[in-house]
Ligand binder design. Structure first.
Ligand code: MLT
Length: 320
C-alpha cells in the first residue's frame, strides 16, 4: 500500500513539474453546470482575479448535467497536476447519497483547495403566478396544485431545495431538470415553468427588475440584500433552511504546494474589490481567509457529507 501511495505521489509530481514553475500554462476550472448560472458566475469572477495573481489564464469550462455529478466526475479523473480544478457547491457533498452508482467517491477522489462563499437562496415564481405571497404558494402546493419547478438536476442545490420543500409540505412538484439554472431562469422569465429555488447570484437581478415574483429566502434569518422578503421558516415551515456554499477542489493526489499556491490565489481573489462588489450586489460575501484553505474545506466537506447523507436518508422521497 505504501509503495502504491509513494508511486502515485511521484506520478503527481512528475505530471505537475516542479512546484516553483507552476503554473506554466492555462488552468481550467470545470463548472459542472451551464454558463450563465450561479456557479458559473462565481467561477468567472474568481477565475479572472486568480489568473492575474498566477500570471496565467484561468479558463472556465461548463460541463452541466445530472446535477453536476457528470462534470465533477470529469474533474475527479483529470491529471492531479493543478491544471484542472472543480468549482461547485454543497451538491458535491450529496452525490454519493443520491447516486448509488456514482463512478467516483467525492470524499477520496478530490483534494481541497478552499471554500469561496456561502450564497443565500430564494424561492421565485414566474411573474404572473397567481399565489400572491409565500403563504399563498404553500397553500397552493399543499392543495395539490401541480406547479412545475425548474432545477439543475438531482444533486444541484436548486433540486435539494425543492426536495426539502416537497418533504416539508408533503406535496409534489413537477420537476423540470436543466443543465444548470441559468437556462432554467430563462424559462422561468419566459413563463415556461412556474417556480424555482435558486441562489441569489441567479435571482437578485431578476427579483430587482421584476422579471420574477419573489416569495421567500431560504436562510435562517432575512438577508440584507432583500430585507422585506420573509424567510420560509417564518412563513410556517419552522426550521427550513438551505444555503449554497461554494468551493474549489483539485483531483486527489495534486501536490500540496500546488494546492496551497492555488488557495493563496483564491484568497487574493476574495479580497479583490471587484469580486467583493459583485458578490455584494448578488447577495453574498466571500468567506474569511481561514475558510479559503485546504484544511478548512476538508473539515467542512466531511461534516457536510455526513449531514446530507443523514438528511437524505431521512426523507420520504429523496431523489426528484
Ligand atoms: C444549482 O442549482 O445547483 C445551481 O444553480 C447550478 C448552476 O450553477 O447552474
Amino acid at each position: 500500500m505504501k509503495a502504491i501511495l509513494a508511486g502515485s505521489a511521484l506520478a503527481a509530481l512528475i505530471l505537475a513539474g516542479p512546484a516553483w514553475a507552476f503554473p506554466d500554462k492555462p488552468i481550467t476550472i470545470i463548472v459542472p453546470a451551464a454558463a450563465g448560472g450561479p456557479s458559473d458566475t462565481v467561477a468567472r469572477l474568481v477565475a479572472q482575479s486568480m489568473g492575474d495573481t498566477l500570471g496565467q489564464q484561468v479558463l472556465v469550462e461548463n460541463l452541466g448535467g445530472a446535477g453536476g455529478s457528470l462534470g465533477a466526475g470529469q474533474a475527479a479523473r483529470a491529471a492531479p497536476d493543478g491544471y484542472t480544478l472543480l468549482l461547485y457547491h454543497v451538491g458535491v457533498a450529496t452525490f454519493s447519497a443520491l447516486y448509488p452508482q456514482l463512478p467516483y467517491e467525492p470524499t477520496s477522489d478530490f483534494s481541497s483547495v478552499g471554500l469561496i462563499t456561502e450564497v443565500p437562496m430564494a424561492i421565485v415564481g414566474r411573474k404572473d403566478l397567481p399565489a400572491a405571497d409565500i403563504a399563498g404558494l404553500i397553500e397552493a402546493l399543499r392543495g395539490g396544485e401541480a406547479l412545475s419547478f425548474g432545477t439543475a438536476g438531482v444533486g444541484a442545490v436548486s433540486d435539494l431545495c425543492g426536495m426539502l420543500l416537497s418533504d416539508a409540505l408533503g406535496a409534489e412538484m413537477v420537476v423540470v431538470p436543466y443543465k444548470g439554472t441559468g437556462p432554467a431562469m430563462t424559462d422561468l422569465m419566459g413563463g415556461q415553468i412556474d417556480l424555482m429555488c435558486d441562489q441569489t447570484t441567479n435571482t437578485a437581478n431578476q427579483i430587482e427588475s421584476g422579471e420574477v415574483k419573489p416569495y421567500a429566502v431560504t436562510t435562517r434569518t432575512r438577508i440584507d440584500r432583500f430585507p422585506d422578503l420573509p424567510t420560509v421558516a417564518e412563513s410556517g415551515l419552522d426550521g427550513f433552511e438551505i444555503t449554497a456554499w461554494h468551493a474549489l477542489w483539485a483531483p486527489a493526489g495534486t501536490p500540496d504546494d500546488i494546492r496551497h499556491r492555488l488557495a493563496e490565489a483564491l484568497r487574493t481573489a476574495l479580497h479583490d474589490a471587484t469580486v467583493k462588489e459583485r458578490f455584494a450586489a448578488l447577495g453574498t460575501v466571500p468567506v474569511t481567509d481561514e475558510a479559503a484553505t485546504p484544511e478548512a474545506l476538508d473539515t467542512h466537506f466531511r461534516s457536510e457529507v455526513e449531514r446530507w447523507t443523514r438528511l437524505i436518508g431521512s426523507l420520504e422521497t429523496p431523489a426528484q
